[in-house]
Design a protein around this ligand. Structure first.
Ligand SMILES: CC(C)(COP(=O)(O)OP(=O)(O)OC[C@H]1O[C@@H](n2cnc3c(N)ncnc32)[C@H](O)[C@@H]1OP(=O)(O)O)[C@@H](O)C(=O)NCCC(=O)NCCS
Length: 136
C-alpha cells in the first residue's frame, strides 16, 4: 500500500472517489474547487492511497498553528475494511505532528455511526462540542 502526496495526474481518480464517497456534499467540496484550493495552501498535506494504479483513498489535512484538522478521509467501497483509512489518517497525523501539532479535530455528520465507529476505533474521541460554521 503506497501512501503518497497527491499529484496532478490523480485528479480524475480522486474526483471519482469523492463523488462515490461523498454523494451529498455541496459544490464547494467538489474536486474541481477543493483540490486547487488545497494545492495553493499546505499542498504537502494532501495524501492519496494507491494499492495499484488506482486511487483507493484520500485525506486532506491542515494546521493553523493551534489545531490540526482532517478532511476528505475517504476510501473506495471495494477497498474498505483493509486498513487503508487507518493508514491515511496515520500519514496525516504524522505530517501534522511534524509541524508541532498536538491536537487534531475533525467533523462527522450527526448520525453517521459507521464513520464515528471508524474514528473511535483508531483513537479519536467524541467530544462534547457544537460545530458551527458560516459561509463567507
Ligand atoms: C470511514 C472510511 C474512511 C473507513 O475506511 P476503511 O479503509 O474501511 O477503514 P479501516 O479498514 O482502516 O478500518 C479500521 C477499523 O475501523 C472500524 N470501521 C471501519 N469502517 C467501519 C464501519 N463501516 N462500521 C463500523 N466500524 C468500522 C473497524 O473497527 C475497522 O477495523 P476492522 O475492519 O478490523 O474491524 C470509509 O468507510 C469511507 O470512506 N467512508 C465514506 C466516506 C466518509 O464518510 N468519510 C468520513 C468523512 S468524516
Amino acid at each position: 500500500m503506497q501512501i503518497r502526496r497527491y499529484q496532478d495526474s490523480d485528479f480524475e481518480g480522486v474526483d471519482r472517489l469523492w463523488r462515490e464517497a461523498f454523494p451529498d456534499d455541496p459544490p464547494r467540496n467538489q474536486a474541481a474547487f477543493a483540490i486547487p484550493a488545497k494545492l495553493a495552501f499546505q499542498p504537502d498535506f494532501f495524501f492519496v492511497a494507491c494499492p495499484d494504479d488506482t486511487i483507493a483513498g484520500t485525506v486532506m489535512a491542515g494546521y493553523d498553528g493551534h489545531r490540526g484538522w482532517l478532511y476528505a478521509v475517504a476510501v473506495g467501497e471495494q477497498h474498505r475494511r483493509s486498513g487503508i483509512g487507518t493508514a491515511l489518517v496515520r500519514a496525516a497525523e504524522s505530517a501534522l505532528h511534524g509541524l508541532g501539532c498536538n491536537k487534531i479535530n475533525l467533523q462527522v455528520r450527526a448520525g453517521n455511526e459507521e464513520v464515528t465507529a471508524f474514528y473511535t476505533r483508531i483513537g479519536y474521541a467524541v467530544e462534547d462540542r457544537i460545530s458551527l460554521g458560516r459561509q463567507i
